[in-house]
Design a protein around this ligand. Sequence first.
Ligand code: SF4
Ligand code: FES
Length: 804
Amino acid sequence: MVKLRINDREIEVPEGTSVLDAVFHAGYDIPYFCSERHLSPIGACRMCLVKVGTPRKGPDGEWIKDEDGRPKIFWFPKLMAACTTRVSEGMVVDTLADEVKKAQAGMVEFTLENHPLDCPTCDKGGACELQDRAYEYGLFEKYYTEAQNGLKKVLYSRFEFTKRHADKHHKLSEFIILDRERCIHCKRCVRYFEEIPGEEVLDFIERGNHTFIGSEEWPLPTGFSGNITDLCPVGALLDLTARFRARNWEFEKTPTFDLTDAAMSAIWVDSRSGRIERIRAREHPETNEIWISDAARFGHGWTKEGRLERPLLRKDGELVEVSFEEAADFLRSRLGGTKPEAFGLYLAADGTMEEGYAFAEAARQLKTEHYGFENATRHPASALPAASFADLLASDFALVVGDPAEEMPVLYLRLQEFLKGVTPAPRYFHGTPIADLRLEERMPRRPERLAAFAAYPTRLFAFAGVKGVYAPGAAGALLAALQAAMDGRSLPEVPGVPEAAVREAAERFLGAKTRTLIVGAEVLDDPEAAERVAAIARAKGAHVLAMPPAANARGLELAGLFPEKGAGFGEAGAQAVFYYGATPPAEALQGASLKVFALPALDGLARAEADLVLPAKTYYEKRGLVLNAEGRLFELRPAPTAPVGAMDGVEALAFLLAAWGKRVPARSVPEARTRLHERLKVPLSVPEEGVLFRPRVRLSARRGAVSGGDLYLRPSMWRARMLKDERVRRALGETPLFVHPETAREQGLAEGMRLEVATPYGRVPAVVTLDEAIAPGVLQLPAYGRGTGRRVPYKVFVPSGGAA
Ligand code: SF4
Ligand code: FES
């Protein structure tokens, strides 16, 4: 620890702390622009200048003393940037000196010199760091003391000439727009791309007054680009999905969690007049730090279109709006003759634990084995031990089977930290350090810490010391080979992966002191493979981070909704079905004489097949508990955007069971939570930052074939419902159908050919994309959240004129 003085306060901070963090830790404030938590401090903006002095030692190794016998302070001849200066023993920092105040006011004036005064029309207005600093530290009608002249009055800015003009509407992608006039050259966005996702796609062009932000790329690569709109301290980089939708103070800001993937990043839902207008990242140091994926940020358009407010009942072949009473009468008349044990109850992947409890309890009372949740894998995710991202960062080696960038995007960003060897930052009174001096620009990644395997070359391959592409469906064979290599046995063959790569990965894994195994949907869907993961972790000692394709898989499994025996979500077998929050593949409805859905809006299947559709809430609008991949329990908080008649899963199920005349397990979320509390000791209230909750779960895997065809559904961070939004469709472009050139020749397909692929989830227009890096024989298509990591049957239809 290092002792130093900030103004009048003596403090102690860890060695290596920046003066900026020491100042905040001491409870004082100084302005800053270019510094940003999680980015390297670079001292670019000079906004954080402070007066710094240190004691010095003489030739005898003793402190040089002043006339009072105390170590003499030698002040640096110039003010120092607090963000790039390291604390030292006995240092003295003055943030209140006149020269500091003068420098702060001068820097604000200088920064504003070329910044346009368009705050009234700027989306950042009211949440702009430059606006705030200008109020706090800028030159208004304000006095400051000058040593010689007493009080001096300074009036407003002295720059009265024409400001610099630059491109104000420069689109960087379908999601992000850049206003070059507003840029204050803090370099946060440039550093972000290199330091966080590891893509150098933005940079400063030109010099001096002409400097502007530019990119060779159009559009910016999607995946993690949206975080720059949060990072930009001014309104230079803006979220196009929310542009001009409201002033910052007009938004209702709801702190909740994202359920696009199982990391469950903390988010702000900004809504206005009952519509979700913007999603922003919310700081959660342990899980998502301050990052979210583009899918989580920009994929909310589906929540606004065609929302149902009242039930829709099929009459004469058409779905027509009816009252809740009529819907209840319909259910009463149609469910009367239904055998309870043949009734199917299914919940979406983003259902809450309270909903999971209600569905599981209802299934138990009805004595039906037909229940489950969307994207449940054959091996329950919670049968593998949960590890936190901090456990990963504390490891020496990570072995990945899957694609974290698509399956759990925030984990991909945490892996970048892991590759740089950055452990979680120490905490100060003000939280995460603002200028963490352990971070540097262009820090080397250490590929020797990572082995990555997947059914196609993933983004992670660029950083992995050992990598391999296996044939889709061969994840189990890979794990068998890895286990054999670790045990010194002869290796079974892994289609696509050379033996040397398996041996090297196993050797590095065993050679590391601490290790983490990261596995995706494909492994969880293969019980044998998942059991090997558990066995390796047990025998060799490793943390396991599983990436289930259902966001709340752990929570729903714990609530009792894992389908161990009967027909699960998307499997035919039930005579009457109730699907809440999502629809299954069409074939799952075969044999069902009554089809009831509860959905936020109609989709193609419900339009064609439903007998009754009830209005449902989206996860942004629900209160409820969810359990992330780390085993962290979060509480969702509802944004005020649900239509009046929309019901959560507990209410919708209660409505159906009451009409049927059956016992209702819970009528409301609080009631369901009380029952969950009694059964599982789930906390009744959860702190905003969540709490680790990892009870032992005893569930057995579902058996059965995992490979059902020659189309592999690649993990994708985007969900099918997000593609309803035209902006998302434009951003993602045409859906690629990846084909090995040899397979393309055999099937008469050519690069750029436009066709339609019929999958169990419907027909998808796609464009043939030749890819030599994947295994021949099996085509690959993005799953968009349905059937992730599975092999399914397909048919290809080439419309006339489908050639490129
Ligand atoms: S665009 Fe924004 S984040 Fe990027 S350098 Fe300019 S002000 Fe900074
Ligand atoms: S120089 Fe920009 S915050 Fe220190």
